[in-house]
Ligand binder design. Structure first.
Ligand code: TRP
Ligand code: SF4
Length: 404
């Protein structure tokens, strides 16, 4: 597959750090589930990334890996549509990480916002490690090894995808200039036939001299439609078009997930570290109990006190789960003290339970037969590995590391 075709590929990963909860579902998984029917999707468990921060308690990783894949499947991630795999089972990520580290300026890594942030925030662990500094290089390898075109992530990860783009650009700049590149590229253009070749050259000039973005797009489309161009030539021309060398590692686009922030039981953002979550596969009795005892507008002490839904995390959840009519009923009932908080919570409990019921049902077969999960992952790893090997071959060759 040429890099132009792989632009249709979506890749994303999650660190296995515990049970997934409603925040993950509404923030990330729903998006994955939608994307899996629109793109070629690859979703993976970033277990090495988990190790960068949890290197002292490795025993929890294995359990979290299988638990997380089960959560994905329960939520509706479809292994028939998406490739699911585990990072550490694809050693090619590690080799690419090493090779990319050779061309990664340390300053780029020190400037990544999450680096200093997390290091300051997490005091109980020593994160002044080589592995943690290299976290974004590993992430870049995850993305580039599959020449993915789109990476769906939340805003907190956007800087990592940006670094990935910079690394790809740097890599192509350093290694994309094979000896005689220009000659090979010009020869490739000729293979398109006289008319198309002329059109392609004009569009290229138009883009390079005037920055005409439309010309670039048209030229790319033209390239995509050429039956006589080999994959290698197509990658060459893709890079040549932009005035660069051969495009070995294409730059991925960030698909920013507008993560609906899900309020937790205490009103803060739902997060494992705050202990305020409802798990994806929470027992229905627990769901009921947790919502019943959930924090409400602190000003509403008695049933007769009017409340303000905008100051109430229960209403925050209703905004995600309930229709306009219900929310209107709450606005009126709460501000006029016409309904009690338990009345208000009842339709929420029902909505959460209704959302989770099919998840619990889907999970059941996998819980009863864990080998099923393992075989899904084994198959996904095999597919992933084939793709990863082919990119790594090209990278090794470009870096002069393919000799025997
Ligand atoms: N760093 C990401 C997170 O913490 C997980 C991740 C690792 C990832 N590799 C990736 C996400 C590659 C997207 C693409 O959420
Ligand atoms: Fe919150 Fe509903 Fe109680 Fe108002 S009625 S305070 S919105 S739980």
């Amino acid at each position: 597959m040429s890099h132009i075709e792989s632009q249709n590929r979506v890749l994303s990963g999650m660190r296995p750090t515990g049970k997934l909860h409603l925040g993950h579902y509404h923030g990330v998984l729903k998006n994955w589930i939608k994307l899996q029917y629109e793109f070629e999707c690859m979703f993976f468990v970033a277990d090495w990334h988990a190790l960068t921060t949890h290197y002292e308690d490795p025993s929890i990783i294995e359990e979290n890996v299988w638990g997380m894949v089960l959560d994905w499947l329960a939520a509706g991630v479809n292994p028939g549509s998406a490739t699911l795999f585990v990072q550490s089972k694809i050693p090619e990520h590690a080799e690419l990480h090493l090779l990319l580290s050779m061309i990664t300026p340390v300053g780029w890594l020190e400037r990544v916002p999450s680096y200093k942030d997390l290091q300051m925030r997490i005091n109980e662990k020593d994160l002044a490690t080589y592995g943690f500094l290299g976290y974004p290089v590993l992430q870049s390898s995850d993305i580039l090894i599959y020449t993915a075109g789109h990476v769906p992530v939340g805003a907190d990860q956007a800087a990592h995808v940006e670094l990935t783009r910079e690394l790809a650009r740097r890599f192509n700049h350093i290694y994309g200039r094979e000896p005689g590149f220009e000659k090979t590229a010009e020869a490739a253009i000729k293979k398109m036939g006289r008319k198309n070749a002329r059109l392609f050259r004009n569009l290229r000039t138009e883009y390079l001299e005037k920055g005409n973005q439309e010309a670039l797009e048209t030229a790319r489309a033209l390239l995509r439609d050429q039956p006589n161009i080999s994959m290698g030539d197509s990658d060459r021309l893709y890079g040549y078009l932009e005035g660069g060398g051969k495009m070995i590692l294409p730059e991925p686009e960030t698909l920013l997930t507008d993560a609906a922030t899900v309020p937790g039981l205490d009103g803060q953002k739902m997060s494992k570290s705050y202990g305020n979550t409802i798990a994806l596969r929470e027992d229905p009795k627990q769901v009921q109990q947790k919502i019943k005892t959930m924090v409400t507008d602190p000003a509403r002490v008695r049933r007769s006190d009017p409340g303000n839904p905008e100051k109430c995390p229960v209403f925050g959840l209703h905004k995600i789960y309930s229709d306009d009519a219900t929310n209107e009923w709450i606005r009126e009932g709460c501000t006029g003290a016409g309904i009690g908080c338990l009345d208000c919570k009842k339709p929420l409990i029902e909505a959460v339970l209704a959302e989770q019921q099919p998840m619990l049902e889907r999970a059941k077969q996998y819980e009863e037969n864990p080998d099923l999960v393992k075989s899904i992952i084994a198959e996904g790893c095999e597919n992933a590995r084939t793709l990863a090997r082919s990119t790594l071959d090209e990278v090794r060759q470009a870096m002069g590391m393919d000799y025997r």
